[in-house]
Design a protein around this ligand. Structure first.
Ligand code: DX5
Ligand code: ZN
Length: 209
C-alpha cells in the first residue's frame, strides 16, 4: 500500500519539520479548498510552492474548488505528480484536458453521493481515481465503509477494460480502516489526522504500508 499523508492536520507554524517527519511517504497529499465547493478554506498556491521547494517527495494535489480550470496552471509545479479534480466541479472535462497539456497525471474524484457510473466515460483518461470516503471539507471525520463498493467496482472496471489508473482513498483512514481498503483493492491511501496526531510519523507510515 502506498501512503500519501494529507498535511491538512499538520502544524502549519512548523511545516518544515512536519514535512521532514513524513520522509518515507510515497506522495504528499495537498488539499486545496476554496470555501465555496466545500465549506472550508485550506491554503492556496503560494503555500504549495513553498512545500514543493522544501520537499523532494512528489505532490498529489486534490482540488476541492468550484472552478479547477482557474487553478491548474498555478499548481503544475515540477514535483507535482497528480492533479485531481472533482466530477462535481465546473469545467470538469476542460480541466482534465488542461492537466494533460501541463504534462501532469490526471486524477478524477467523486464525492460520497456520486456514483462510479457518472464517470464511466472518463475513466480511460484517468491516471488516478480518488474515492472520497468522507464528505470533502474537513480532516478527522469517520470512514464510510460503504464507499469500498466503489473501490471494488473501479478495480473490476480497470481489469475489464485494461485501464491503468491507481485507486486512491481519502478520508478516515487509520490502522484498521486501511486493512479494509487494502482488501477492496486500494493502491494509495491518504492519511491525515491519524498520522499527524502521532509523534513517530515514520514508524506509523511504515506500519500502514
Ligand atoms: C477531506 C480531505 C482529506 C482529509 C483526510 O476533505 O480531502 O484529504 O484531510 O484527513 P483524515 O485522514 O483525517 O480523514
Ligand atoms: Zn484530499
Amino acid at each position: 500500500m502506498k501512503i500519501a499523508p494529507s498535511i491538512l492536520t499538520a502544524d502549519f507554524t512548523d511545516l518544515k519539520n512536519e514535512i521532514k517527519s513524513i520522509s518515507n511517504a510515497d506522495l504528499i497529499h495537498i488539499d486545496i479548498m476554496d470555501g465555496n465547493f466545500v465549506p472550508n478554506i485550506s491554503f492556496g498556491p503560494a503555500i504549495n510552492k513553498q512545500i514543493a521547494k522544501i520537499s523532494n517527495i512528489d505532490l498529489d494535489v486534490h482540488l476541492m474548488v468550484t472552478n479547477p480550470l482557474m487553478w491548474i496552471d498555478e499548481f503544475s509545479l515540477e514535483n507535482v505528480k497528480y492533479i485531481t479534480v472533482h466530477y462535481e466541479s465546473q469545467n470538469f472535462l476542460e480541466s482534465i484536458k488542461r492537466i494533460k497539456e501541463n504534462k501532469k497525471l490526471v486524477g478524477i474524484t467523486i464525492k460520497p453521493k456520486t456514483k462510479v457510473s457518472s464517470i464511466l466515460d472518463v475513466l480511460k483518461l484517468a491516471d488516478l481515481v480518488l474515492v472520497m470516503s468522507v464528505e470533502p471539507g474537513f480532516g478527522g471525520q469517520k470512514f464510510m465503509p460503504e464507499m469500498l463498493d466503489k473501490v471494488r467496482e473501479l478495480k473490476r472496471l480497470r481489469e475489464e477494460n485494461n485501464y491503468n489508473y491507481q485507486i486512491e482513498i481519502d478520508g478516515g483512514i487509520n490502522n484498521e480502516t486501511i486493512k479494509l481498503a487494502k482488501e477492496a483493492g486500494v493502491d494509495i491511501s491518504v492519511v491525515g489526522s491519524y498520522l499527524f496526531n502521532q509523534t513517530d510519523r515514520n514508524k506509523v507510515i511504515d506500519n500502514l504500508k
